[in-house]
Design a protein around this ligand. Structure first.
Ligand SMILES: Cc1cc2nc3c(=O)[nH]c(=O)nc-3n(C[C@H](O)[C@H](O)[C@H](O)COP(=O)(O)O)c2cc1C
Length: 223
């Protein structure tokens, strides 16, 4: 698969089939993703791959906790700026509305929206959860390094027939993840990644999010 095809075909998958993913598949992807670039070659990421009963136990505890704290606990970092200005606010709104409209869930159907959102915390039924951490001493440049690492995982997964969804929603359950994977305290959870085989019969996976044109996001000078 060409890089451009992998980029074109990758989407955030929000419904997975029950087909298993083997440890060797995960290791192949992670092995290749080690080639991700990072400033000073710090490689400031650490990842925990969780599956089977270990994942089941984590999901059960998160489900229980969601009943007590429907919005989760407090995230360790601001997932979005407090005041999201345009054009970002509009883009975020549109992406949410497009998703709910595919599912025929209207604005007033708050319960249904909540139920759909809760699927984040079931990893959309993916058989594998990857939990990506960064050393908490790191700053913005290293967070961007982690982003490159994530994208390489997403594209490699695509090459190997797998799909993914990044899940920063999991930031609100960082303590539970930390506890279940025994992550050292110097690490901070950035996000989860659901990984598995796409359920092609689920409408949610027909969502194709919009992008700003290059005229909007780039200027060309001196050509
Ligand atoms: C770091 C990161 C975290 C994300 N967290 C979530 C999440 O918690 N839940 C979710 O449904 N999608 C999440 N997404 C997916 C974005 O909504 C998605 O990438 C965006 O809308 C573009 O759509 P696409 O990935 O299908 O191209 C996340 C994406 C990134 C890069």
């Amino acid at each position: 698969m060409r890089v451009s095809q992998a980029i074109e075909k990758r989407i955030s998958c929000r419904a997975f089939s029950s087909k298993c993913v083997s440890l060797s598949q995960i290791k192949t992807i992670l092995e290749k993703a080690t080639r991700s670039p990072s400033g000073g070659n710090l490689q400031p990421w650490h990842l925990f791959a969780v599956s089977g009963n270990a994942l089941k136990n984590l999901l059960i505890e998160v489900e229980q906790e969601l009943k007590l704290f429907p919005k989760g606990h407090t995230a360790e970092y601001p997932v979005y700026p407090k005041e999201l200005a345009e054009p970002y606010k509009g883009r975020r709104f549109k992406c949410g509305e497009d998703l709910y409209s595919i599912l025929n869930i209207g604005r007033e159907q708050k319960e249904k929206r909540k139920e759909q959102f809760a699927k984040n915390f079931k990893l959309f039924d993916a058989p594998v959860g990857l939990f990506v951490f960064i050393d908490r001493n790191m700053g913005p440049p290293q967070w961007s390094d982690v982003g490159m690492y994530l994208q390489n995982i997403f594209l490699l997964a695509k090459e190997y027939g797998l799909d993914t969804c990044a899940l920063e929603s999991w930031a609100v359950f960082h303590e539970l993840v930390q506890k279940h994977v025994s992550a050292p305290r110097n690490l901070m959870l950035f996000c989860g990644i659901a990984m598995g085989y796409m359920d092609n019969n689920n409408r949610i996976n027909t969502l194709r999010t919009e992008r700003a044109s290059i005229a909007e996001i780039a200027d060309f000078i001196g050509f």
